[in-house]
Design a protein around this ligand. Sequence first.
Ligand code: ADP
Ligand code: MG
Length: 623
Amino acid sequence: MALLQISEPGQSLDPHQRRVAVGIDLGTTHSLVAAVRHGVAECLPDAQGRVILPSVVRYTDPAQGGAGRQIGYEALAAQVDDPANTVSSVKRLMGRSRAQVVDVDKLPYRVLDDGGMAVIDTVAGRKTPMEVSAEILATLRFRAEDSFDDELYGAVITVPAYFDDAQRQATKDAAQLAGINVLRLINEPTAAAIAYGLDNGSEGIYAVYDLGGGTFDISILRLTQGVFEVLATGGDSALGGDDYDQALAGWVLRQQGVDAVPDASARAVLQREARRIKETLSGADSAVFQVSLGGQTIEQTVTAADFETCTAELTARTLSAVRKVLRDAGVRRDEVQGVVLVGGSTRMPVVRRAVGEFFGRDPLVNLNPDEVVALGAAIQANALAGNSRAGDLLLLDVIPLSLGIETMGGLVERIVPRNSTIPTARAQDFTTYQDGQTALALHVVQGERDLVADCRSLARFTLRGIPPMAAGAARIRVTFTVDADGLLSVSAREQGSGVEARIEVKPAYGLSDEQIAAMLQDSFATAQQDMQARALVEARVDADRMLVATRSALAADGDLLSAAEREAIDALMQGLAQVAKEGTASEVEAATEALAKGTEAFAARRMNRGIQHALAGRKIEEI
Ligand code: ADP
Ligand code: MG
């Protein structure tokens, strides 16, 4: 007799109550959809049994009739004949202006700028990157709904760790266009860690090395009792397998003595053959590169060693990003207990060897590197949909650049430091600068430098309705909240009266990795200079505050002073005003101190007069 299976209460839902939740790896080159079925994550195949969907959409002339677009393999096949209307690697355009797209002129299709947003000019009209991505997402959604014969409840979609707010938002918008409920966006390397972490159950520090078609991501993670914490992330969103193809194609052309730059469709032919050779060399020692271009045949034998030589610089670039992220995480390479390889390009033996040598251990490869991200996302989606007990699985990601607020004198007060794990909420108290100040202008910035001018402005908003008080008496709590998708909101609240203002930060477009890298580089190179600049600005702000306060005290109670006393204070004020303009930080501090000392007696007399606010009150606080 068969035994009835009984699950523990709350552990599993009746099969009919299960919600269809999927993980989607929306890749630059390939996209996949996966789901947990019978407790196991698996990629869902199309009607032909293929799990991979090329991230390619071809638009056709509406005047010709037909569906108006082709998606996936069909579109890929049309790319050579119709490069201008066949959109590939659209992920590089997501949430970007045209100027921000790396190598935009090398793309086979035409990219225009529409009010700060890159758009693609096709025979069927202008298409936004979100629309193109939505076609891919909708295809995967229908695939999932066909597999389960049920409506999709929601999806976890993966994004590169380096995606900023604008790029994440663009991804969410694309999902919305495709009619998909986004349960969460998670970083691709984190998804890979979920796939491996839950399968292996091993604790410790891991590195996830993800080399795809167009992007490279490296993350350092800590796995403890089923909790993944991302210690740091880095990489290069313009480095991937495509660059290996290009390097190989260039090498072949040089061997052949060809230096004329071919047109877009010839380039596509060369690139495709280079890719075939590259992939062949992952399992063979040599291969023959063979294309015919305009009646001319190019034939070139390529050995694995040739390939390694002409792509060595690319592999080295990935390793220098690894070195940097280890530094950021404060982790030595021998502390890394396992290295997870993700992305089709990690099939290249040269990459496996280089990564293995770097860490001094063989990387983990037991899951399919193409599928691992989608599988991890599926496990997470299943949990978020309430289908499994792992619903409380905690996911921690990090933000790539520090977030802060502008303070007096154009200085940045960092509130959320770079590489903080998200979701996060951090608060700091600020106060007013002037007596009776009823509004506070808040300026949210991103970057590692001490001066606002050197950072990137994200948003400005104003807190109004602060009750008039003496300068420094108001307590304004500014809270930064970064949600699980990496989106930032900032609120400011005056603690006494409860007046509040808030803003969601959705920058019109994001920063490129080059910009992030440059901003970090700048901050390292100029840390010393920044410290001096900061000290000077702070000293000037203090001096100014002292002058403002003294002036208002003199206006209110100047009659308490003899003519000689008044003259002495005026001289000190004049001296300070002068030094604040020209002096060094320590000179400004000394002059401020002198004015403070010179007004002590005056302050005491004002206290006696029963005035409890302004100068005296603050001086007690300050001392
Ligand atoms: P993405 O995440 O950017 O969409 P994938 O992880 O799917 O990319 O990786 C696609 C890249 O992997 C392509 O550049 C492809 O040429 C490369 N790739 C796939 N299989 C192999 C292989 N056997 N050897 C080398 N490279 C491969
Ligand atoms: Mg990928």
